[in-house]
Design a protein around this ligand. Structure first.
Ligand SMILES: *[C@@H]1O[C@H](CO)[C@@H](O)[C@H](O)[C@H]1NC(C)=O
Ligand SMILES: *[C@@H]1O[C@H](CO)[C@@H](O)[C@H](O)[C@H]1NC(C)=O
Ligand SMILES: *[C@@H]1O[C@H](CO)[C@@H](O)[C@H](O)[C@H]1NC(C)=O
Ligand SMILES: *[C@@H]1O[C@H](CO)[C@@H](O)[C@H](O)[C@H]1NC(C)=O
Ligand SMILES: *[C@@H]1O[C@H](CO)[C@@H](O)[C@H](O)[C@H]1NC(C)=O
Ligand SMILES: *[C@@H]1O[C@H](CO)[C@@H](O)[C@H](O)[C@H]1NC(C)=O
Ligand SMILES: *[C@@H]1O[C@H](CO)[C@@H](O)[C@H](O)[C@H]1NC(C)=O
Length: 482
């Protein structure tokens, strides 16, 4: 509040000083001055020449970045780029899951899952477009006794790549995180790659190896494998849970990027002024996050009634006025991990308590109901509850407040290298049970058509004991303290 009280008069400075010049020169200085003062709000946008409009936005950005840097960006301290050991851990976790699911191998082509296990995305492999020659990673479990004669075995991953012969060297140059040279099976362009894979020695004497196919696999490859001697099933069970249960390193990055995103909103908010547009706010917020090395990839900014559309849709030219809620839903990347947070608040030039001529009692009532719904969701986010339980806990609060019909979307979703990952927290998902280490957004919302929208979105980790832990910088406190 202190900061904003300083900034608001500063913003008015340009108009007021030109008014003062007029009033000293004019004979009827006082009268003109008063007249101008009366027109103050109506002439505000026009009294600033283009250069000043630009500098107003750049001062807004400077203010926001300075506030952000004043946090010392301490949230970044928890994060580091996943090292080699992290990828080995993930593949070994997968190997254990394959044994638990009684599957011979997991098969995946470049994409999100491939990058989760081996750090290569689809465009990193195929710069121009996804191509028709399969490049597959095949991960099999290796079971070895811990000690000769002992019953306990350790399960580790054994990884193979199916790759076109002429691309083999390029695949090696990808510098994927493996402690030794990658093991490849190659095929010529005039061969059937699926037969080549089936005939390879990695299957021993298993006649029809059972493959679990990743959900991002293109259909023609799945069918190719199924028609050439393999049995195939889709992603599910323990294998699916591997990417859903975040490792300690992943949680550290998610905490950094989500806290950093909320802190950027808080820093930017203190610099808001009347008349700023949604697009200007989005651009300043993005540049604020970039100042910490975060890489923004979506940014929904909506004022007042525009926010009745949960995912935006208007053109971003609305100007901020007193009494308008600002709804922001924004995501950025850090080391390949996503943030996804939302805040709904009043700008600092709209004082608390609100001026009498603005009746915002319904807005504040909804703001509080949505926060209570979020709190209820967090309390329900405990091991063994279903995904549906969590959604319903929040939905119940909003229904009781009389806004059930206006809570039009699910409560939340998991997130990691993608902003939206499974499991999804909706009232139909009665099959997924929460497990420690799963990460979710809790983002209840209420959308009152033609009036306003409210959404509070934070990110939480399910913990073994007790309530889920917030990893997005703490929940909103009030419409003035988001
Ligand atoms: C940031 O660092 C400066 C200098 O070390 C220190 O004076 C200031 O209190 C720190 N700010 C915060 C929010 O920790
Ligand atoms: C993963 O890829 C990124 C960028 O491509 C690279 O900087 C990083 O070193 C890789 N990680 C490992 C463990 O090789
Ligand atoms: C991986 O499997 C191949 C083929 O079965 C085998 O030759 C190789 O020794 C295995 N690698 C490890 C590290 O166990
Ligand atoms: C944006 O939308 C508003 C309201 O629909 C419209 O009046 C305005 O012309 C649009 N501006 C641009 C730049 O498209
Ligand atoms: C403010 O608006 C609400 C409805 O949103 C209404 O119930 C209330 O009476 C109004 N308060 C005043 C002081 O006008
Ligand atoms: C959750 O369910 C599992 C399996 O049924 C059980 O082992 C575990 O103790 C349960 N955890 C809690 C916190 O109830
Ligand atoms: C959020 O979690 C942190 C620990 O990670 C805790 O210190 C803080 O009190 C929590 N904030 C809220 C508002 O629950």
């Amino acid at each position: 509040m202190m900061k904003s009280q300083r900034l608001y008069p500063e913003f008015h400075g340009h108009c007021l000083s030109s008014q003062r010049r007029v009033s000293t020169r004019s004979v009827a200085g006082l009268a003109v001055g008063l007249l101008l003062l009366a027109w103050h709000f109506s002439i505000l946008p026009r009294c600033l020449p283009e250069a000043h409009v630009l500098s107003r936005k750049s001062r807004f950005q400077k203010c926001s970045i300075e506030n952000y840097l004043a946090t010392n960006l301490t949230f970044l301290q928890t994060a580091e780029r996943p090292p080699l050991e992290e990828y080995i851990l993930r593949r070994d976790n997968l190997a254990k899951a394959l044994v638990a699911d009684s599957v011979d191998a997991f098969v995946v082509e470049p994409g999100y899952t491939f990058s989760y296990y081996a750090n290569i995305t689809q465009p990193e492999w195929e710069v121009w477009e996804p191509e028709e020659r399969p490049f597959l990673m095949i991960i099999r479990p290796n079971e070895t006794p811990d000690d000769p004669g002992s019953d306990s075995i350790s399960i580790t991953a054994n990884t193979t790549f199916l790759v076109p012969h002429f691309e083999e060297e390029r695949a090696r140059l990808l510098d994927m995180p493996f402690p030794e040279d990658i093991f490849t099976i190659t095929y010529e362009d005039h061969w059937d790659p699926y037969i080549t894979l089936w005939e390879s020695p990695i299957w021993g004497d298993t006649l029809s190896p059972l493959l679990m196919i990743d959900e991002e696999m293109r259909d023609f490859i799945s069918r190719g494998l199924a028609s050439r001697g393999f049995s195939t099933i889709g992603l599910r069970d323990e294998v699916e849970a591997v990417r859903q249960i975040k490792t300690a390193r992943e949680i550290d990055i998610l905490r950094a990027v989500n806290t950093g995103t909320v802190e950027a909103i808080r820093a930017m908010r203190k610099c808001l002024y009347p008349g700023v547009t949604e697009n200007e706010v989005a651009s300043v917020l993005d540049n604020t996050m970039r100042a910490a090395g975060l890489d923004p990839f979506f940014d929904i900014v909506e004022f007042g009634r525009q926010a009745a559309l949960p995912h935006g849709g208007h053109n971003g030219t609305a100007e901020l006025r007193e009494g308008d809620f600002v709804l922001i839903d924004v995501g950025a990347h850090l080391y390949g991990y996503s943030s996804d947070v939302s805040r709904t608040f009043f700008p600092p030039f709209f004082p608390e308590p609100p001026l009498e001529q603005f009746n915002v009692s319904q807005q504040l009532h909804v703001w509080k109901a949505v926060l209570d719904a979020q709190t209820a969701a967090v309390q329900a986010m405990v091991p063994n509850n279903t995904a549906a339980d969590v959604d319903l806990a929040a939905r119940h609060i909003i229904e009781t407040a009389g806004y059930g019909e206006q809570f039009t979307h699910r409560l939340g979703h998991s997130l990691g290298i993608k902003a939206h990952e499974s499991p999804y927290l909706n009232q139909g998902n009665v099959w997924t049970r929460l497990r420690p280490g799963m990460v979710f957004t809790a983002e209840p919302g209420v959308y009152v058509t033609n009036e306003f929208g409210v959404r509070h979105e934070d990110v939480l980790v399910v913990r073994e004991d007790g309530e889920a832990e917030n990893i997005s910088g703490g929940f909103a406190v009030s419409a003035w303290e988001p």
